[in-house]
Write a protein that binds this ligand. Sequence first.
Ligand code: C2E
Ligand code: CA
Ligand code: CA
Ligand code: CA
Length: 278
Amino acid sequence: AKEKGRNDFQIFNSDMKSVSLNRLKLENELRRAIAQEEFVLFYQPQVDIETGRIVGVEALIRWAHPEKGLISPNHFISFAEESGLIVPIGEWVLRAACKQNKIWQNQGFPKMPISVNLSMRQFFQHNLKGKISHVLEQTGLDPQYLELEITESMTMDVDHAIQSLLELKELGVHVSIDDFGTGYSSLYYLKKFPIDKLKIDRSFVRDIMVDPNDAAIVTTIIAMTHHLNLKVIAEGVETEEQLHFLHQNRCNEVQGYWFSPPVDAVELEHMLSHGVPA
Ligand code: C2E
Ligand code: CA
Ligand code: CA
Ligand code: CA
């Protein structure tokens, strides 16, 4: 769902005039941030539920604001999407993520895919395939170690989505559907999309131990992915009970605070060397 214009700068305002003034201010600040590359990536491990090993990481952006410190993506991504600034920001993310993954590989860590969130605008961008291909060449990352996360809303235009996904698959990258279950995916078309993985949204995972409906939804999604030969990862795993439930129901991978929040590259390297906690 679109959280229209929810950002740091608006929260403090009630009247429209200062809202638009602040949007202008935010836009200018974001432009500066892009020019000066005031962003950093944090990384959250994705864990194989059988082995407990880190088998992937999701790259998540933070804005390292010179005065305000680290700003969460929830405070600027939707604005960036509306204003179109998400395109240069998204390109920075893609390049930084591929670069970092290549560095880890060069340092001798086990090879694993890095997941990058693609915004709607990026997905509908002309020559997305060419741009991604260029970044892969520049960074030297083998395409199989890049995973792109799209959301269900991007698959609403079925023909366009299939066309774009086929192009991305030609590159050799992986594609997953993020926040699965929160949108309106047509189950009929799901099998026609050339995708690799579903990410079960954390809103379903949150209540699996208390809400039988959510438990049923999660087990059904997992069973469906096995029938469709897709991999499945559960997001937002915060407790051992949730982990146990997901294991019993044959979920492949898990991601969440139970193992680790998103961390900087140094902390992630520590986990790659010593394993995730618990
Ligand atoms: P998302 O793609 O669904 O990413 C997962 C979010 O859930 C992350 O928030 C992560 O910190 C949080 N999370 C992970 N495990 C848990 C858990 O166990 N419990 C709870 N309560 N939360 C958990 P974050 O990093 O603040 O990112 C928020 C959203 O911002 C992302 O949601 C994604 O939609 C967007 N975003 C982040 N980075 C990028 C980016 O580079 N490009 C684009 N287009 N969007 C991004
Ligand atoms: Ca994501
Ligand atoms: Ca998600
Ligand atoms: Ca989300």
